[in-house]
Design a protein around this ligand. Structure first.
Ligand code: ZN
Length: 181
């Protein structure tokens, strides 16, 4: 089932997500809906609060992106925590399904170490770099109530205000369903 994507500035996108203690059939079904919603919108990552849930969970698939190093298929990260960041940083233009039409260059660490629970409730600690590291950082930000534009330089952030106001007013059209506050 395709779920509507919550947009700026719905309160659920400003909340800190709650850890998941155990998976249930209900949560597994929700995960499938998250993947369907993400693929329908041509996204490569979706955090649970973007579809109205406060669960600390994100789905990611960077396998089809234009990056020969990005071969990771569908991933579910439950209770993800980024434990370490590389000193090396990288610029990359980001977008967000909750911020339709807004794209801008964000500087982030190039590589990370992340700890999470996988779909079998097994703890995983792994390193990621490139596009996967980028998407994990963007999605973990969502689970902490942070939007990517808050990581822009002051000038770029100021320039994004007009678009943000239009998104908040629902004056935006997309090819996927939205839930505007
Ligand atoms: Zn996003």
């Amino acid at each position: 089932m395709i779920l509507p994507v919550y947009t700026y500035n719905h309160p659920v996108l400003r909340q800190k997500a709650q850890p998941i203690a155990d998976l249930s059939d209900e949560i597994n079904a929700f995960v499938e809906n998250m993947f369907e919603t993400m693929y329908n919108a041509n996204g490569i990552g979706l955090a649970a609060n973007q579809v109205g849930s406060t669960m600390a969970m994100t789905v990611i698939d960077v396998a089809d992106a234009d990056d020969e190093d990005a071969t990771e298929g569908p991933l579910i990260l439950i209770n993800p925590v980024i434990e370490a960041y590389s000193d090396e940083e990288e610029e990359f233009e980001e977008g967000c399904l909750s911020l339709p039409d807004l794209r801008d260059v964000v500087v982030r660490p190039e590589a990370i170490q992340v700890r999470y629970i996988d779909r079998h409730m097994k703890e995983v600690v792994r390193e990621a770099d490139g596009l996967l590291a980028r998407v994990i950082q963007h999605e973990v930000d969502h689970l902490n109530g942070i939007f990517f534009f808050e990581r822009l330089t002051a000038i770029r952030r100021t320039l994004s205000q007009g678009k943000l106001k239009r998104i908040a007013r629902g004056e935006i059209e997309t090819e996927y369903p939205l839930f505007t506050p």
